[in-house]
Design a protein around this ligand. Structure first.
Ligand SMILES: Cc1cc2nc3c(=O)[nH]c(=O)nc-3n(C[C@H](O)[C@H](O)[C@H](O)COP(=O)(O)O)c2cc1C
Length: 174
């Protein structure tokens, strides 16, 4: 986990730019674009070869990453809104689309890609209380309890609503 102390200051993203990265199957960064380096405050050399949790923010619930990994390891894509932490401790919220990369011949999973763009204030306002609650539950009762809270939260929204339905819905709505 990241040892940097979080600073309560948001980095405002350029709405026309994407933050892109690729990892191997273990989540080690293999590629990234210049905008990722610019926003995170790390050079591309510092990023490549590091685990992607280099930008993990302590306000992010573990259950979101568990869902993310379960999904991408199964070869499926997922959308997630993530709060990341830059090298100087400041934060930035990103709407992220995760994709699986496969070997063209064997079709085996060889890594993952993530494309991120700016979110709206509304999205983070909707998700902030949910994430806060999940982190709180995790610290007291563990990840299974927070998964249950999240499942209940989603089922109250409607039948068959998944986390990415929720994120897509709030993204489209605002
Ligand atoms: C392609 C890809 C991109 C990722 N991007 C991020 C990211 O931007 N921020 C983040 O916190 N975790 C990201 N992750 C998830 C991390 O690998 C990791 O699961 C997460 O930071 C939780 O770390 P921890 O288990 O050490 O707490 C990404 C994973 C993949 C495969």
């Amino acid at each position: 986990m990241n040892k940097i102390k979080p600073v309560d200051e948001e980095i405002v993203l350029d709405r026309s730019k994407y933050i892109e990265s690729q990892t191997d199957t273990k989540g080690i960064i293999t590629q990234c674009n210049d905008y990722f380096a610019e926003i995170s405050g790390y050079s591309r050399e510092e990023l490549i070869g590091q685990p992607h949790n280099i930008v993990r923010h302590p306000d992010m619930p573990r259950v979101i990453f568990k869902l993310l990994w379960d999904r991408i390891k199964a070869g499926k894509n997922i959308l997630a809104v993530i709060k990341n932490m830059a090298k100087d401790g400041r934060y930035y919220w990103v709407f992220t689309h995760f994709e699986t990369m496969r070997d063209i011949n064997t079709k085996e999973i060889i890594g993952y890609k993530a494309y991120r763009k700016a979110t709206s204030k509304h999205i983070t306002e909707v998700l902030l209380p949910l994430y806060k609650k999940l982190v709180e539950i995790e610290s007291k009762d563990g990840i299974d309890a927070s998964k249950k809270y999240l499942d209940d939260f989603l089922s109250k929204k409607g039948e068959h609503i998944t986390i990415d339905n929720l994120m897509e819905e709030i993204h489209r709505f605002y």
